[in-house]
Design a binder for this molecule. Structure first.
Ligand SMILES: [Zn+2]
Length: 205
């Protein structure tokens, strides 16, 4: 539709909501909304319920901060046989999944839920630093691997976390090769991630 024509108000509202998703512009949002209008009413209601229930059904793992079924430990924290002395710090659950997909990391994770970005006003208040300090402070963690993005925000976050851990008796390392930045990590090739994690260097303060 061009000019000043508008879809019915409810469709415009849906388009406006879909446009907020990453990588979705006005045209893409219109295509999605119009496709949904072609669905059977029951299928549409089902989608609406799935989305509407997310706040009640999905939470974060109380141990590591990864996405999990509400109120439950995540699959990694539940899994027996993971090495609790090796803690891999990532920004997002998507990064955790990318590292898990390589299949050769046997430690545990800590998900920060984002990264520091002072220019955007992200000063870390909402990030999962306190629980990280609790976990490391409780003992039993030998090495913390800062598998954060290789861009400016990722590096700033790594420096900050290394500073937080400085007084604790734990080795702090980072992957030898930089990991691809932020969201792209989940698409990174598993061999690259495996190589990056296998050669680690100590973070010097
Ligand atoms: Zn967990």
């Amino acid at each position: 539709m061009g000019g000043n024509l508008r879809y019915p108000e409810a469709v415009e509202e849906l388009v406006g909501a879909l446009k907020q998703l990453p990588g979705i512009g006005r045209r893409g949002a219109e295509r999605m909304a119009l496709a949904m209008l072609g669905w059977e009413p029951d299928k549409l209601r089902c989608l609406g319920e799935l989305i509407g229930h997310l706040p009640d059904t999905v939470g974060v793992c109380p141990e590591c901060g990864a996405l999990s079924d509400a109120g439950e430990l995540c699959a990694v924290c539940r899994a027996p046989g993971r090495d609790p002395s090796l803690l891999c710090v990532v920004e997002t659950t998507a990064q955790l999944f990318a590292i898990e997909a390589c299949g050769n990391f046997r430690g545990r994770y800590h998900v920060l839920g984002g990264r520091l970005s002072p220019l955007d006003g992200e000063n870390g208040a909402a990030l999962n630093f306190d629980r990280l300090l609790e976990r490391v402070g409780a003992g039993g963690v030998r090495e913390v691997i800062l598998a954060l993005s290789s861009d400016v925000e990722g590096r700033a976050t790594a420096i900050y976390v290394a500073g937080l851990l400085k007084t604790l008796p734990v080795r702090v390392t980072r992957p030898a090769l930089g990991l691809p930045a932020g969201a792209n990590l989940s698409y990174a090739d598993g061999a690259t991630i495996a190589a990056a994690l296998s050669g680690r260097t100590a973070v010097e303060e």
